[in-house]
Design a protein around this ligand. Sequence first.
Ligand code: UDP
Length: 366
Amino acid sequence: MYDYLVVGSGLFGSIFAHEARKVGKSVLVMDKRPHIGGNCYTENRDGVDVHTYGPHIFHTSDERIWKYVNQFATFNHYVNRPKVNYKGKIYSFPINLMTLQQLWDVTTPAEASRKLEEVRVPCANPRNLEEWILSQVGREVYETFIRGYTMKQWKRDPKDLPSFIIKRLPIRLTYDDNYFEDPYQGIPIGGYTKIFEGLLQGVDTALGEDFFADRQKWENRAKSVVFTGKIDEYFGYSCGELDYRTLNFEHHAQAGDYQGVAVVNYTEADIPYTRITEHKHFQVQDVHKIKNTVWTKEFPAEWNRDAVPYYPINDEKNNSIYSQYKEMAKNESNVIFGGRLAEYKYYDMHQVVGSALQKSRKVLGV
Ligand code: UDP
């Protein structure tokens, strides 16, 4: 009998397992996929660390979280500076002075600020994504960079989406095109999988195993369960199904360099993919030595129970369903829920690390 059965070997589960093992607990980590790492998993193909489940860029402002992940890999100095392709023209992104220069020919912060004053659609109390972004940058910027991408990504009108989704993106009147504000940023040299190998060193794993295929059997193997899967599935969908967005990926391999940068967003509504990731550009330390390249088109799609749930959709309807499951979870003794799916939260990696450390240390009493 193990002390803990951890369902899911993504960031939350693997960190919990690591912390538990460190204090002498016995842990079994299971995952229905044949590999560890959840959606952070990377696999090496001809020297390219392919982000199999979409691009992952680690960033944080918390030194403690940064030090924690650096125990398991050395991070390179990659800085995320994606580009936008709109009607064949490349723009600097996230929205910064260079973007506005390309769009409006303004060159100084003062000129840009004057232009924005002219085009903003004032709104005293923005209630959704569209109202918020229009009140910041006006209609042309919204139509060029945001509307099409957001419709494809969420298959919802931006009027029906919460504004926190877009507040992840900075808007700057300087030439700084770094996507993230955080002081710590990078990609693990050797890929993300290396971090999970380090976290799970000495921990028993059962890969390619589905918890729900024989729930009783798995639950009987441990005194407590750490559940990182979909919370609605855990409770048998008794309060209704939560919605997710899934992604389909189309991977291509060839010689040379395909697009000259790690990520290009395609913001037109008519192009079915949202972005193309060229993985080797994440490996800034040796991108020039890597002869081959792998690039991936990312197509957001309608989720169904057989698809991978990538993004929770935190609109009113789903948040209210989730809050019922959250209440039920409180009565589940000996079960710890955590991570993007069990907390139904659009977490970034560093936030999962933070919450996994906090929860595991509380539960383990360290
Ligand atoms: N977004 C957009 N245009 C872009 C990139 C992002 O409108 O070129 C919006 C879109 O609504 C998206 C959100 O900003 O869902 C967050 O994007 P981010 O790239 O941070 O999300 P990720 O998919 O990488 O978690």
